[in-house]
Design a protein around this ligand. Structure first.
Ligand code: C2E
Ligand code: MG
Ligand code: MG
Ligand code: MG
Length: 291
């Protein structure tokens, strides 16, 4: 059943809860079997179009349903997956599963754009673009239904690989997004050359908006810069009505955060999209596009 979207029923086992090194090693070993044991899943968090008040897409966020710890945060196990060389396999699973879900929603009459997060490892993989193209085709999807997010830090670290992958993905029609913007060190010149469509302002700025004039100045400037470069701006981690209203006044294009919904399992997301009132946002009711 669809739970209250803002509730804590999807609470995660987070990095600070890992008690010691031996527990970390145990998790690492268990992670090797998580895929074949069917313990991985994607949760989906809506993005809301700021002007139309409608859901504009969802971000797929990876979850590990661990037998003792419950839902484990990707912040715990993605670094472990990297360490044991499992990140490529996990990343491909995420793309397959997201595409399968887009196709399933499509059959239910819900046209949904889904974002997936790419790891640095995937960006360096020369076969990635072909495999994504193939996966889209297998599921009969339009490439514009998939959006790939990479963090600003990664985008600026490995410029050559990122440029190549972005150009390849852009060529097959997949949309691209720069995630956690503001936490890394961007070259503005390079940013202006990246073939991306979207920029996501990091949560840390959003959480400072209400109390810091400097944060407001930075966010307003980033929105202006992004728009001047032809990028759509998404604010992540929107938790309060005041944050939402400040962002809307700044002409931020899309909003994402617990104010609207937590990342939800597919069935709960569907129920949410079909009309459950987003908690804390009663005066701003998103509706589904294209349902
Ligand atoms: P991200 O891509 O920046 O995703 C947003 C994170 O912020 C998610 O955490 C989401 O649950 C959380 N969040 C969203 N709204 C709010 C809010 O209003 N308040 C607060 N406090 N948090 C909010 P999550 O799911 O734990 O994921 C953490 C990070 O793990 C992601 O950050 C992303 O970098 C990475 N990740 C998640 N799934 C994948 C994946 O499939 N592949 C890869 N490579 N990385 C992933
Ligand atoms: Mg992301
Ligand atoms: Mg982000
Ligand atoms: Mg983030």
């Amino acid at each position: 059943a669809a739970k209250r979207a803002g509730g804590s029923c999807y609470a995660l086992f987070e990095p600070h809860m890992v008690s010691d090194v031996s527990e970390q090693l145990e998790l690492q070993n268990e992670l090797r079997h998580a895929l074949e044991r069917g313990q991985l899943s994607l949760h989906y968090q809506p993005k809301i179009d700021g002007r139309r008040g409608q859901i504009s897409g969802v971000e797929a966020l990876l979850r590990w349903n661990h037998p003792r710890h419950g839902l484990v945060s990707p912040l715990v196990f993605i670094p472990l997956a990297e360490r044991i060389g499992l990140i490529g396999k996990l990343g491909q699973w995420v793309i397959d599963e997201a595409c399968r879900q887009i196709a399933e929603w499509g059959r239910d009459g819900l046209r949904m754009r889904v974002s997936v997060n790419l790891s640095p490892h995937q960006l360096r993989d020369k076969g990635l673009v072909d495999r994504i193209g193939q996966t889209l085709q297998e599921h009969g999807l339009d490439a514009t239904q998939l959006l790939c997010e990479i963090t600003e830090t990664v985008a600026m670290e490995d410029i050559k690989a990122v440029q190549r992958t972005f150009e390849g993905l852009g060529a097959i029609g997949v949309f691209l997004s720069i995630d956690d913007f503001g936490t890394g060190y961007s070259s503005l010149r390079y940013l202006s050359q990246l073939p991306a469509q979207q920029l996501k302002i990091d949560r840390s700025f959003v959480s400072d908006l209400e109390h810091s004039a400097n944060a407001r100045a930075v966010v307003a400037a980033v929105v202006g810069l992004a728009h001047a470069l032809g990028l759509r701006v998404v604010a992540e981690g929107v938790e309060t009505v005041l944050q939402r209203d400040i962002l809307l006044a700044m002409d931020c294009d899309e909003l994402q955060g617990f104010l609207f919904a937590r990342p939800l399992p597919p069935a709960a997301l569907l129920a949410w999209a079909h009309g459950a009132k987003p908690e804390g946002a009663a005066d701003f009711t998103p509706s589904v596009v294209g349902a």
